[in-house]
Design a protein around this ligand. Structure first.
Ligand code: AHG
Ligand code: MN
Ligand code: MN
Length: 323
């Protein structure tokens, strides 16, 4: 039985970075506890507030954000934090080397119906001495991430983590409050016949994406020669986790509902960390036209089209975009 700290120590993660990861997980364990309490803890429902992206904040969006933020800003090794639920990046310790971005609660439309949600996080190293409340210090591409991970609050609470040398899966043992290694060096199957996309947006997609999905729906007699299955959980963490375990592709592509937005999902705390995990597990991730982790962010809340999962299928979809 291997605990997370043993894996981190053996994986060459320095003590400072280890303490940052552990603080993130202290908050995640608390989020998990509150989720399990559900309505008993009065945490369901919405607030009357909107975040800077115009989304109504759920009670648990705010609670999760506060738990992560309050823990991380007091960590001596954290320079600053950036969150989906914070308008601007927040300064922590000016001597800190690490920058943490997070989606405190992903899939929050699932909270009130008791379905899977998650927390996504990404850690970068500050490349200069700017303070953490200057978002410029965060604006590095995804290849610079030193850690990416998520916690999936499902039937069990799981941590999926990469520090740049493969992907490990840990299961929270709630009796001892520790994440225990339950799967090592996860590899995503390279081929798949399962896709995940919100089909209700079909009329807004670009022709390339419409064509790919049309071809999937034609099944074994169509140009792709396979009978496809479809899933949509409306929680990126849950979708990525399914793909990690049994393969598949997840897409939230560009659509023209609001042409000023490059996509729905956010680059720095959704697209990038999930791309690092997927690539570290032998999968691929793309906007359709370039690797997600090569996109240079201009702002902490930048959006990005996302196509990720089983390598051969992602390459097929990228091929449609080249036609
Ligand atoms: P969040 O709850 O953090 O705003 O993210 C929700 C995201 C993502 O997890 C999911 O894949 C997608 O939004 C669902 O979008 P639709 O409601 O458009 O299906
Ligand atoms: Mn999200
Ligand atoms: Mn969220």
């Amino acid at each position: 039985m291997k605990r997370l700290d043993q894996i981190l120590a053996n994986g060459g993660v320095n003590a400072e970075l280890e303490l940052v990861i552990k603080d993130i997980l202290v908050a995640c364990k608390d989020i998990n506890y509150k989720l399990r309490q559900g309505d008993l803890a009065g945490i369901l429902g919405s607030t009357e507030d909107e975040n800077i992206q115009g989304e109504t904040q759920k009670m648990l969006d705010v609670i999760s954000n506060d738990l992560l933020k309050d823990t991380l800003v007091t960590n001596p090794y954290v320079r600053g934090v950036g969150s989906e639920e914070e308008d601007y990046t927040i300064a922590a310790n000016s001597d800190g080397k690490y920058l943490v971005t997070f989606d405190p609660l992903d899939g929050s439309s699932n909270i009130d119906v008791n379905l899977s949600v998650g927390t996504i996080f990404s850690i970068l190293e500050a490349q200069n001495n700017q303070p953490g409340n200057n978002q410029e210090v965060f604006l590095q591409n995804g290849r610079k991430q030193v850690v990416a991970g998520y916690v999936l609050y499902g039937p069990s609470a799981l941590l999926v983590l990469t520090t740049g040398s493969g992907v490990n899966l840990f299961t929270l043992d709630t009796n001892i409050g520790e994440f225990i290694l339950t799967k090592q060096a996860i590899q995503i199957p390279v081929d798949t016949a399962e896709f995940a996309i919100n089909m209700s947006n079909q009329r807004f997609w670009e022709p390339e994406m419409k064509q790919y999905i049309d071809d999937c729906l034609k099944g074994e007699t169509g140009p792709l020669g396979k009978r496809y299955n479809m899933r949509w959980v409306a929680s990126m963490v849950a979708e990525v986790h399914r793909i990690l375990i049994r393969g598949g592709v997840f897409m939230y592509p560009y659509d023209n509902r609001d042409p000023s937005k490059a996509g729905k999902l956010r680059l720095m705390y959704e697209g990038n960390p999930m791309s690092m995990i997927v690539e570290q597990a032998g999968g691929a991730s793309s906007t359709g036209r370039m690797d997600i982790m090569d996109v240079t962010p201009k702002g902490i809340h930048d959006r990005v089209p996302v196509i990720l999962g089983s390598k051969n299928e992602v390459e097929k979809i990228v091929g449609y975009h080249k036609k």
